[in-house]
Design a protein around this ligand. Structure first.
Ligand code: C2E
Ligand code: CA
Ligand code: CA
Length: 392
């Protein structure tokens, strides 16, 4: 598709210049109306094509995944456009005088983002991003059942950077799969250490697995499952020891793409868990059609379940749903003895939260495997009323 700039000259002679040639899936905008010159752009189809109008939301999402420089340029152009409009219409929009200031802020923000992106490339390359492991406990008898791998970035200058900062940045620059792969490479190195120590504490540690978070951005990437399988095979680690966690909201948003990827994961032997369950507004039908094996109830439903408030019937219903679909349940974010005990009484399969231990590096996690005692679960029952308990 050709985008053509038409300029009407003083002598009413129409001049045309091809601005761009666009392919399938490209956005054809109205950028040519941003300056004062009386000109317009028109689109000429070189072959049969369908033009789909896009909403502001879709445009924003597309911008969010663009390269920071492209995003900055688009933002500057949009700002100038808004400023031009508001100078034509003094009653609407921001005053034109402020847009240079905004431009500078956008330039600074883009520079920050580029720096972060460059640092992230290095961090992925040098394994500065490492998995910390948070214990997952079988609730009815207190056995240690596994860990969730939670990424931590030890930046050489900026120190510890939480995943809430760098995971969205990786997603925005299209590198979230690299995070999954670097975590997987380290997990398959760490798992044999955990399993070796579990053998010497077999009475308290059973069926140890590690959960790996996968970004919703990678759900369209069919190669990811092949690459994860290759990493496991190369290390000689059976894939059934790794559970892939996908948030409920990412599954709902990408419903049409997920089933293929998740079915491939199940076929290769990986477990699949629906993370943050209860926050993504899925329906019974959509949960049923997901090839997931585990539901992880979001901590916003778990916390306070022991006080008998509204969360209690909600969690009861989630447990019923999971049981009717043959899925196991992990309750996330258990901090208090009261919540732990309520979940044990409700028959919830597994628990995770500060009550059982925070995410720790591999060395401490191996030590935890060695010294874990399932009898501690009976002690929590007796300690009802404590606000926080810890066995770690
Ligand atoms: P998540 O997958 O829901 O992980 C649970 C988060 O809750 C973790 O935060 C964990 O430290 C925290 N948490 C665990 N127990 C408790 C508790 O009892 N109380 C409270 N208040 N919080 C608890 P963290 O490590 O900061 O991770 C935040 C989010 O970042 C994760 O949420 C996950 O969405 C994302 N993330 C972490 N690592 C990775 C990764 O390797 N890949 C991807 N794609 N995302 C990751
Ligand atoms: Ca998770
Ligand atoms: Ca979660």
């Amino acid at each position: 598709m050709q985008i053509v700039l038409e300029r009407i000259g003083a002598e009413s002679i129409s001049v045309e210049r091809v601005l761009a040639i666009r392919g399938p899936g490209d956005i054809v905008g109205e950028m040519a109306i941003i300056d004062h010159a009386p000109r317009s752009a028109s689109v000429r189809a070189l072959e049969d094509c369908v033009i789909l109008p896009i909403t502001a939301d879709q445009l924003e999402r597309r911008m969010a995944s663009a390269n920071p420089i492209v995003r900055m340029v688009l933002n500057v152009i949009l700002n100038r456009f808004r400023a031009t409009l508001s100078s034509l219409d003094p009653d609407g929009g921001a005053p034109a005088a402020s847009f240079f200031l905004q431009d500078q802020r956008l330039v600074d923000a883009a520079a920050d983002e580029l720096r972060l992106e460059r640092d992230l490339d290095r961090a992925l390359e040098r394994e500065e991003i490492i998995p910390y492991y948070q214990p997952i406990v079988r609730l009815h008898d207190g056995a240690l059942a596994g860990f969730e791998a939670l990424a931590r970035w030890n930046h050489p200058i900026r120190g510890f950077i939480p995943p809430s900062t760098f995971v969205p940045a990786l997603e925005a620059c299209g590198k979230s799969a690299e995070l999954t792969l670097t975590c997987m490479r380290q997990i398959v190195r760490d798992l044999p250490l955990m399993l070796g120590n579990a053998l010497s504490n077999a009475a308290n540690v059973e069926g140890l697995k590690v959960n790996l978070n996968v970004s919703g951005h990678d759900l369209g990437d069919m190669r990811l499952i092949d690459r994860l399988t290759a990493i496991a095979d190369q290390a000689g680690v059976p894939t059934h020891l790794v559970h892939l966690e996908l948030t409920e909201s990412s599954l709902v948003q990408n419903a049409h793409r997920t089933t293929g990827v998740l079915s491939a994961a199940r076929e290769r032997g990986f477990g699949v868990a629906i993370d943050d369950f209860g926050t993504g507004y899925s329906t019974m039908v959509s949960v049923q059609s997901t090839p997931a094996t585990v539901l992880k109830i979001d901590r916003s439903f778990v916390q306070g379940v022991g006080d008998g408030g509204i969360n209690l019937p909600l969690v009861e219903n989630m447990l019923l749903l999971a049981s009717s679909l043959g899925m196991q349940v992990v309750a996330e974010g258990i901090e208090s003895a009261a919540d732990a005990n309520a979940l044990i009484d409700l028959g919830c399969d597994f628990g995770q939260g500060y009550a059982f231990g925070r995410a720790q590096p591999i060395e401490q996690s191996v030590a935890l495997v060695r010294r874990w005692e399932r009898a501690d679960i009976a002690a929590w029952k007796r300690r009802m009323g404590d606000t926080t308990v810890s066995v770690a």
